[in-house]
Design a protein around this ligand. Structure first.
Ligand SMILES: [Zn+2]
Ligand SMILES: [Zn+2]
Length: 183
């Protein structure tokens, strides 16, 4: 869904949507596996920067909830992560803060995003918000055994036979050398 500044100038847009699985593309970070519910309001806010300069910002306020899958930090198996969050964001026209001198990086400034060519895509905003609310580190289970660093087997599913030689540091060195040669 796109919000057009010219349309928002006439009246704010309320939205209440169910986005299909995959509508929000998280790249390699994870996947949207269920429908994503989102609702809120987009409106234009005029920033008066001087007697003649008025900047049309888009304020987007709302919330989302949905199911995502992210890889386990140890064994890279997909882990289901339900997420829900609220947002209240300001988007300025791209380029309006162009001068390096007036770009002050105070805390509230970091909340400001930019829109291009008169429109803002809701999906882009949601992608950013989902990525921000993802946990830093997700494990499939508290005691996930992870992958064997030597053969790559998932140790949750199969006991690894590499385990035996692990105590001998000479084998460690040799294994390290071998992986260097391979790469
Ligand atoms: Zn795991
Ligand atoms: Zn192994």
């Amino acid at each position: 869904m796109e919000f057009k500044v010219s349309e928002l100038e006439r009246e704010p847009a309320d939205f209440d949507l169910q986005l299909d699985p995959g509508a929000v593309d998280l790249g390699g970070e994870g996947e949207q596996v269920g429908p994503l519910a989102t609702s809120g309001r987009a409106e234009v806010i005029h920033e008066h920067r001087g007697p003649r300069e008025i900047v049309a910002d888009i304020r987007l306020k709302g919330s989302f909830s949905g199911k995502f899958e992210v890889p386990c930090a140890r064994c890279v198996e997909p882990v289901e992560v339900p997420l829900a969050a609220a947002f209240d964001l300001i988007f300025r026209p791209l380029g309006v803060d162009g001068g390096a001198s007036d770009r002050s990086i105070s805390a509230p400034e970091t909340e400001i995003g930019y829109y291009q060519e008169d429109s803002l895509a809701l999906e882009d905003v949601l992608r950013e918000q989902v990525l921000l609310s993802l946990p830093v580190r997700t494990l499939c289970k508290e005691d996930c055994k992870g992958l064997c660093p030597r053969c790559g087997a998932n140790r949750n599913n199969q006991p690894c036979t590499c385990e035996a030689g692990q105590s001998d540091p000479r084998w460690e060195a040799l294994a390290g050398l071998r992986s260097q040669i391979k790469s």
